[in-house]
Structures are given as C-alpha cells and as structure tokens.
Design a protein around this ligand. Structure first.
Ligand code: KG4
Ligand code: ZN
Length: 346
C-alpha cells in the first residue's frame, strides 16, 4: 500500500470519541481524541448512556477536526475503518453509523475492526514497518481485556487471558477504593512513580499457575485488607498501597509475557492497550526484553489508550488481506479475537 492511500479511522467503543487519517504506510496524518473523562469521573466510571450521548455530540466535529488536521477532504479518503466491537453497544453504534453513512454516501469501502486487534496494530503506527513483527507475543492490557497472544500469521493462537478483572479494571477499582478519581490507572502510575518507601507484600495471583491466564480481582481484596492496617487512609498510606498494588500487577504481567516468549520461541514482544501506557510496566518490559535479547514493540503513550489511528491501521491491514466488509455488517459488542478453529484474527 502506498503513501497516497488515505484511511479514515473512527473509534467510539467506550468513552473516547476519536477519528484519524492514516496513510497506506501506516504513518499518522492526524489523530483526534475527544475524551469524556471529565463527564465520567464524576460517576467513578463510564456511564453507558452518557457515553453514547456524548459520542453523538462529538462524532461529526471530531471527524471534521481529523480531516482538517490531516489537510484532507472527504473525497480524498480511500477507505473507512471503524471499531465494530468489543465495546458498549450504544457507544459502538454512534461511530459505526457515522462510518457506514460516510462509506455509503461516498461510495467507499468499509472495514469493521476488532478493537483489540486495533490496540495491537498501534505498535506498527509511524514505525515505517507496514507489518507487525512476525512471529511475536502480544500482551494486550486495557480497561476491558488482558490477553496474551502468539502472532505468527496463519499459525497465530490465543495463549491466555484474565479469568476475572482486566488489568485496567483492577487499576480503576483499586483507585476508587483508595478514594482516587477515574480513570485510576494514570493516577496510580503517577503516585507510584514518586513513591520511595517500602512496598507491602501483596499477592501475585497466578504467577506460578504454569499457564498464560491471569486473575486480578483477588488483588483488589488484598489491597482492601491491607488498607485496614491503617487507621484512616491518608497520603502516606494511599501512596504505599498504590505503589505496592502496581508492583504486584506489573510483576505478574511481565513474568507471564516473558514466559510466553520462552514457550513460543518468539523474540518479539508487542505490548498494547491503555495499561501499556504505565511507566513501570514499560520500563520493566524494556529491561527484561533487553536482558533476553528480545525486541519490544510498544506504542507511544498517545497510541496506547483508545484512539482511531490504531483502528485505521488495523482496517488497512484487513482491507489488504480480505477486502472490504459487506454493507450489511453490524456492530458486535461481544466480538472476540478468537476463531472457532482456535486461531485468532488480528
Ligand atoms: O485501552 P483503553 O484506553 O480502553 C479500553 O479499551 O479499555 O484502556 C483504558 C484503561 C483504564 O483502565 C485506565 O485506567 C488504564 O487503561 N490506564 C492505565 C494508564 N493509563 C491508562 N493503567 C495504568 N497506568 C497508566 N499509565
Ligand atoms: Zn481500548
């Protein structure tokens, strides 16, 4: 695909309204994210009804802004790529209807993208490489998912995932229990980064399970139990709990990702999703990969959390591999990466 091919990406699966223009070599011309964090922070989490209402207000201005920043008009766009799932149905529908309307009105091909595949494709944006490293292990850590995949073209397979809370969900719930705002991940990251005290000995769930599954809900309880050791939650106790929680989560994620490299023989690791923006996770992965001679592919911070550039990248790949989707395609809030034959679609 050439650099004079332009895809418009649209993402509205959760609480970020985003649009982006990406060229055929996966260079990003624009990436606009209308965040709803302020709206949802008041409620301590995403309120689906509010999210879809905000997406409806924002979608057209965000698409306009993405085209404007890229210096492109609609008639220069060659492909429309949009998140099809997984996500909140009311949120997905807003982006999907906008994408369908544009594709139909302009006579453009439309590709519906899996949001998790898009997170992985973020690693290829602006890199000059039009492909994902093959073979590689992919660690997807977001607010809704924690998955380990082996990517090797047709031989790709699902290695494991969380049995309960996703990593980002655990961050958000622990933050809430500590009286911190939403989303909790970046706040805990910031607090933990400046913490220099002793770390509490929290459990590392499923560290020795011998598989690639995760479980984070018990950690939440462990933080709650540990917090009872303090008479009241003040700055010092919150810092200690937050930093100790982060260390436990990161320890499990890094250990399992390294075990997956070992087991598959791959020497490329892709880490993606909102939690891949975590400073401690990034530095531990960098160190561990360097010490075993593996290459780490981790998107810049702005492409870790939800954005439409990654959707455009995944969409371009899908379009090249399988062509456009049928016009009857619809959103699928429970869309999985896993195929029935045990393989995965990226
Ligand atoms: O990928 P994402 O933007 O949305 C989903 O697809 O879920 O991920 C959002 C999640 C939230 O749970 C948020 O707390 C977490 O990513 N997150 C972080 C950081 N930045 C965002 N978690 C830990 N450290 C961060 N710096
Ligand atoms: Zn996401």
């Amino acid at each position: 695909m050439k650099s004079d091919f332009w895809a418009l990406g649209i993402e509205t699966s959760c609480d970020d309204t985003s649009a982006s223009v990406v060229d055929g070599t996966l260079m990003v011309l624009s990436s606009v994210v209308g965040s709803q964090e302020i709206v949802h922070a008041r409620h301590g989490g995403v309120v689906p009804e509010l999210a879809s209402r905000k997406h409806s207000e924002n979608i057209i201005p965000v698409i306009d802004a993405a085209l404007g920043e890229a210096g492109k008009s609609l008639d220069e766009i060659d492909l429309v790529a949009v998140t099809r799932g997984p996500g909140l149905v009311g949120s997905l529908l807003v982006g999907f209807m906008a994408a369908k309307g544009l594709a139909w009105g302009l006579g453009l091909p439309l590709v519906g993208v899996n949001h998790l595949a898009a997170h992985v494709w973020a690693a290829a944006l602006d890199s000059g490489a039009r492909k994902l490293p093959n073979p590689s292990v992919c660690l997807i850590v977001s607010g809704g998912h924690t998955d380990l995949l082996y990517y090797a073209g047709e031989r790709s397979e699902y290695l494991g995932g969380t049995r309960d809370d996703a990593a980002g969900e655990a961050y958000d719930k622990v933050a809430r229990a500590l009286g911190l705002s939403y989303p909790g991940g970046p706040i805990i990251d910031r607090i933990a980064s400046s913490y220099r005290g002793k770390l509490l000995d929290l459990p590392r769930p499923m560290l020795q399970s011998g598989d690639f599954d995760f479980s984070f809900s018990g950690l939440k309880t462990a933080v709650a139990v540990a917090s009872e050791g303090w008479e009241s939650l003040d700055g010092a106790s919150i810092e200690s709990l937050a930093a100790s929680f982060q260390e436990a989560v990161v320890d499990v994620l890094v250990t399992k990702a390294m075990a997956a490299l070992e087991a598959t023989g791959a020497d490329n690791l892709i880490a993606a999703g909102g939690v891949a923006a975590n400073s401690r996770l990034r530095s531990r992965l960098r160190d561990e990969c360097a010490s075993r001679g593996a290459r780490l592919f981790i998107p810049p911070l702005k492409y870790c959390t939800d954005n439409a550039a990654m959707v455009a990248a995944a969409g371009i790949n899908r379009y090249l591999e399988r062509g456009a989707d049928d016009r009857q395609i619809d959103v699928d809030p429970g869309l999985s990466l896993r195929r029935e034959d045990g393989g995965i679609n990226l």
